[in-house]
Design a binder for this molecule. Structure first.
Ligand SMILES: Cc1cc2nc3c(=O)[nH]c(=O)nc-3n(C[C@H](O)[C@H](O)[C@H](O)COP(=O)(O)OP(=O)(O)OC[C@H]3O[C@@H](n4cnc5c(N)ncnc54)[C@H](O)[C@@H]3O)c2cc1C
Length: 514
């Protein structure tokens, strides 16, 4: 087995992992960045709306808006720390070093827009493809870093750990440290070990455990499952945010709220507008209310989806204002300048994850978590629009600064990793795909927008059975990327279900009808 030695191993190449890797490599330390797909296969690349930024730095209104959206359970100290550091990341890196193509006026000043639940205009953006502009600019800078090794199509399998005698006596920290990970080359099937002084989980969201999701294909919650297996603490797992409108054809591409903001209305399969029945703000009601209304209308009318009617806008306006959405729908066979868009709600953002402190440290020594896979209490029970990119780059920057200081100051003991043991026999991929469908349907039907004890009990039963199958039946087969998706996705699904069962009241994105 090949072993690669480095200072920092970063798992995941979204905004969080990439910014961390850039900062480490540019400080002179060695860094390996692995990505389960290509570098830009990540949720960050899909972000449409924008990223929160305030020049004045008096962000007391922003803190209030974040708290209100998060049902007042956000950690206020964390919110302030992340806003400060996120703004620093935007100023130093995104607008300067990386020179991201944000929309600007003729004098070169950044343009600001407003989104749902924000009390003022404070979001910078790049048309309707902000994430793509950010990732493009970051990758251009990353590829120039001499101390950085980038491994695409490389999936982390499990974390390397070392037990030690700890004098720390409390319930949180484990007498365990992490010193890297085993990684699978998706193309050759070879497994290598990557040893590191610091291991950083930046594996993003969990949307792919649901039938409908706006997330990238890699979003099965790998980092959360790997961390949980070695005893990392996970929190707020019941808070899964659903977006009301995703394209109902092909991959569930996001149809931004801005489309309704510009006057589009939701209609059912009988062409009747229905939002007035559900909320006084009609189509611009809060996200969770619109999402549940769509589900109810869809079930009532026995239809697979509802529709977004854009007939109040001209074709030219649609093409200019929503070029990306226009193109995506056209590729899916729908010309939105002529016909309504079929839409369904979809799992969009995960507010829970691996517990971390304000410096992105988990309860396992030398294992950090940043971005969507981590939970430091910033988002509380629901996320305010356009704050996730901010939180992801803030936690990456803080974490990198701390790690640089620590690595330059301290000695680290890195043992030789054990050989990776794996059966030679390949599993039946069709069987795995069927099991993944079971996982996705179970989560959608029973742990989705509307939850109750009986639905969650049903989910737990199915998922436990699935987990047993994975642990017993699949253990005689070698791990493939799909089998990893199934194994880690089922683990995370169980954690979401347990948390949802325990939490008997509705709060934020967690909605119980009982
Ligand atoms: C359609 C869409 C629109 C959005 N719009 C906005 C917006 O306008 N503003 C905003 O603030 N937020 C938005 N969000 C949310 C935001 O994009 C994400 O929360 C954020 O990008 C997460 O960044 P990340 O670096 O944590 O994860 P990601 O960008 O998802 O990156 C995760 C990385 O981990 C890799 N990975 C996963 N598992 C493994 C493994 N086992 N081994 C190796 N690599 C692995 C993936 O391949 C990927 O490279 C949107 C999200 C979506 C899906």
């Amino acid at each position: 087995m090949k072993t690669i030695k480095t200072d920092c191993l970063v798992i995941g190449s979204g905004i969080a992992g990439s910014l961390y890797a850039y900062k480490i490599a540019s400080s002179g330390l060695k860094c390996v960045l692995i990505s389960a797909g290509k570098l830009n296969d990540c949720n960050s690349n899909l972000a449409q709306g924008g990223i929160v930024y305030e020049k004045e730095k008096d962000f007391s209104d922003l803190v209030k808006d974040i708290q209100r959206a998060g049902c007042n359970i956000c950690n206020e100290d964390i919110v302030k720390i992340m806003c400060k550091s996120g703004f620093e990341a935007i100023e130093q890196y995104f607008t300067k070093a990386f020179n991201t193509d944000f929309n600007r006026d003729e004098k070169g000043n950044l343009l600001f827009t407003k989104e749902a639940a924000h009390s003022k205009k404070r979001i910078i953006y790049s048309n309707d493809s902000t994430g793509r502009a950010i990732i493009f600019a970051m990758q251009r800078a990353l590829k120039k870093q001499k101390n950085l090794t980038i491994l695409e199509d490389t999936t982390a399998l499990d974390l390397l750990t070392l037990s030690h005698n700890s004098t720390i006596k409390n319930d949180i920290y484990k007498p365990l440290s992490c010193f890297g990970a085993y990684a699978l080359n998706n193309k050759t099937g070879e497994v290598c070990a990557i040893t590191a002084k610091k291991t950083i989980l930046a594996t993003g969201g969990i949307g792919q455990i649901y039938k409908h999701t706006t997330n990238c294909l890699q979003a099965f919650g790998h980092g959360i499952a790997m961390a949980y297996r070695i005893g990392a603490r996970v929190i707020n797992m019941e808070y899964t945010q659903f977006h009301p409108t995703a394209f109902a054809k092909g991959r569930s591409a996001l149809i931004s709220e801005a489309v309704r903001g510009e006057g589009a209305i939701l209609i059912n399969n009988k062409k009747e507008p229905f939002m007035a029945k559900y909320h006084p703000l009609k189509d611009l009601a809060p996200r969770d209310i619109v999402a549940r209304a769509i589900e109810e209308e869809r079930l009532k009318t026995g239809s697979d989806c509802v529709y977004l009617d854009l007939s109040s806008m001209t074709g030219d306006f649609i093409k200019k204002r929503f070029p990306h959405i226009y193109k995506t729908c056209l590729e899916g066979g729908v010309d939105i300048t002529k016909e309504p868009i079929p839409v369904v709600p979809a799992m969009h953002y995960f507010c829970g994850g691996i517990w971390t402190d304000e410096k992105a440290r988990t309860n396992i020594f030398n294992l950090n978590a940043i971005g969507e896979c981590a939970c430091n209490g910033f988002h509380g029970a629901n996320r305010l629009a356009s704050t996730s990119l901010l939180e992801a780059c803030a936690s990456a920057l803080i974490c990198a600064k701390e790690d640089i200081k620590e690595i330059k100051k301290k000695d680290f003991y890195i043992p030789s990793p054990k050989e990776w043991q794996s059966p030679a026999q390949a599993p039946d991929e069709n069987l795995i795909l069927q099991d993944i469908q079971t996982l996705k349907n179970t989560m959608w039907n029973y742990v989705g927008l509307v939850r109750s004890k009986s639905r969650l009990d049903r989910a737990e039963k199915i998922l436990r059975h699935l987990k047993n199958e994975i642990d017993i039946f699949y253990k005689d087969y070698k791990l493939t990327p799909q089998l990893l998706n199934l194994r880690n996705g089922t683990q995370v699904a169980l954690l979401v279900t347990y948390a949802a069962l325990k939490h008997k009241e509705s709060c934020g994105t967690h909605f119980r009808i009982d």
